[in-house]
Write a protein of this length. Structure first.
Length: 187
């Protein structure tokens, strides 16, 4: 059984998190611990037709972003890693500087200090030099940066095709077997 933390921040693109959570729910060997920031909740209401309760049902465990006493705030709570999707530049900056202002940043800090896998899905454009410096610093620390950049070799025709590709890349980062999207097999 894999145990993953999924943090959802207030950056635009909450549908990426929702799609990933739906796919993770279909994989019985993965236990999901979910944290939604206050702004993530607001963006979900703005960007989608999903109710907060529907999204929370996609995870085995849910935590309040202000709960710094939660299990996932401690290194003694064993996980296989964490995905922050989408990752706001505020959260990226907090993680890069070790500023654990909320549970998402604290869980990411713990993931780093315990040398577990941390994946960020930054959702900002254009990126400023400050954003790039923070992302570069994290990449040098071993954080995998997987921005939602579509691939067109599979011939996507719908937004769902693009979401499938992004979720596939995130699941691949944790060696979670999946076949939600056609893979490149050569020309």
């Amino acid at each position: 059984m894999k145990r993953l933390i999924v943090g959802v921040t207030g950056a635009s693109g909450s549908i990426y998190a929702i799609d990933l959570l739906k796919k993770l729910q279909q994989i019985p060997t993965v236990e999901v611990h979910l944290v939604l920031s206050m702004w993530a909740q607001k963006n979900i209401a703005i960007e989608t037709d999903y109710k907060l309760s529907d999204i929370q049902k996609l995870a085995e465990f849910n935590y309040k972003a202000q709960d710094l006493g939660a299990a996932i705030a401690s290194g003694s709570f064993l996980t296989d890693g964490m995905i922050v999707v989408p990752a706001s530049m505020k959260t990226v900056a907090g993680i890069a500087s070790g500023y654990s202002d909320d549970l998402i940043m604290r869980a990411a800090d713990v993931t780093l200090k315990e040398q577990r896998k941390l994946v960020l899905v930054p959702r900002e454009t254009p990126l400023s030099p400050i954003h790039l410096e923070n992302l570069t610093k994290l990449a040098r620390l071993g954080v995998q940066i997987i921005p939602p950049i579509p691939a067109f070799y599979g011939g996507p025709t719908t937004i769902q095709d693009l979401l499938d590709h992004q979720s596939m890349k995130l699941l691949d980062a944790f060696q979670i077997e999946n076949n939600f999207r056609k893979r490149w097999s050569g020309d």
